[in-house]
Write a protein that binds this ligand. Structure first.
Ligand SMILES: NC(=O)c1ccc[n+]([C@@H]2O[C@H](COP(=O)([O-])OP(=O)(O)OC[C@H]3O[C@@H](n4cnc5c(N)ncnc54)[C@H](OP(=O)(O)O)[C@@H]3O)[C@@H](O)[C@H]2O)c1
Length: 325
């Protein structure tokens, strides 16, 4: 790595971030502010951002979207680092995902190279990108990474591929935890399947750990909560059950039933104008047996270590006062 590839962090300046109104981006924005950065966010609606973001007054806002190049120029101007968290996780068709997760990355990378001053680019991808054949979402995350690698030239970049991320404000796993709080544990997918998890504050700390590095290689990193070998749903339910000191009723949700709902969602999506989470691609992701990842490389290169195990993460996510171990 040459000196020109290094991230200048000797004096903290401005960081541009997308997706700051979302679950993960809002947490990263808070961590960046706490670490002393000036944070400039791209938001699609200022009034909604004001309602959503508790740290609104500490952020510079640019109203616009990934589809609007003039707002992207305003976002990155004068910033040395761009953290790209905006993405879409819901959609019924390839073009829903590609518009944001592929074309959005390409536009932002192009404009960053054109406008920003010796920039470095941070892309939040997904572990799904490891299996692009499974779904339109997974393929779009992989293509987004490829766009960055193709268009970056010698600009330093980092891609993170988190597994399932949870925490307060999450819209994907939290509804399942809420159901479990009521005593019912749905079993979706294949019971042999194993997956890694990551608490959202640890993901944000990982982003901050890169900002302390003198240089970024153009590399992709996986990361998880420190539980090597991942979890099965039965293990997650066991931890939940122990913390609440109650037995949960396990209900196996047949994949055939989910598949029918997924097909219906896909068909109705254009009529209703809605972007569903449950699609045939999501079913293939649920059937996949290995969503386990590894911390070795990221920890060796940045010193980052996860701090929040599943028990502590559940306590924080659910707002429980104390963990009964
Ligand atoms: N959640 C997970 O478990 C997980 C795991 C691995 C990777 N990821 C990745 O992490 C990223 C964030 O996920 P999340 O769970 O935080 O999602 P989220 O809560 O749905 O947030 C998505 C963010 O992207 C913004 N956005 C979407 N389309 C945009 C566009 N066209 N222009 C500008 N902004 C746009 C949204 O803005 P609005 O508020 O205006 O809608 C929102 O701020 C995604 O790239 C996802 O692929 C998530």
């Amino acid at each position: 790595m040459t000196a020109s590839n290094s991230v200048s962090t000797d004096k903290k300046g401005a960081i541009a971030i997308t997706g700051a109104t979302g679950f993960i981006g809002s947490t990263i924005a808070r961590h960046l502010i706490a670490a002393g950065w000036r944070v400039r966010c791209l938001v699609r609606s200022l009034p909604r951002a004001r309602l959503k973001l508790s740290c609104f007054d500490q952020l510079d806002m640019v109203e616009g979207s990934l589809e609007d190049s003039s707002s992207l120029r305003k976002l990155v101007e004068g910033c040395k680092i761009v953290v790209h968290c905006a993405g879409t996780v819901r959609g019924a068709h390839v073009h829903h995902f590609n518009r944001v997760n592929v074309e959005g990355v390409a536009s932002l990378v192009r404009i960053t190279r054109e406008v920003a001053d010796s920039p470095s680019f941070f892309l939040l991808s997904s572990l799904a990108a490891r299996e692009p054949h499974l779904s339109a979402y997974a393929a779009s995350k992989k293509k987004g990474e490829q766009q960055l690698a193709f268009l970056a030239g010698d600009m330093p970049w980092v891609v993170l591929r988190p597994p399932a991320v949870y925490g307060p404000g999450d819209r994907e796993i939290l509804p399942l935890f809420r159901l479990m709080e009521k005593g019912v544990a749905p079993l979706v997918g294949d019971r042999r399947s194993r997956f890694s998890l990551l608490y959202v504050d640890d993901l944000s700390a990982a982003v901050c750990s890169f900002l302390k590095q003198p240089a970024w290689s153009q590399s992709i990193y996986e990361l998880h909560d420190g539980h090597g070998g991942g979890y099965s749903w039965d293990e997650v339910i066991a931890v939940f059950s122990r913390l609440r000191a109650k037995k949960l009723l396990k209900v196996q949700v047949p994949l055939s039933l989910l598949s029918v709902s997924a097909q219906v969602n896909q068909m109705l999506s254009p009529l209703l104008g809605k972007h569903p989470m449950l699609t045939p691609g999501k079913i293939r992701e649920l059937k996949h047996l290995d969503w386990v990842c590894d911390n070795q490389v990221i920890t060796e290169q940045t010193g980052w270590q996860p701090r929040v195990d599943l028990a502590e993460g559940l306590r924080r996510t659910m707002g429980w006062q104390a963990v009964k171990r």
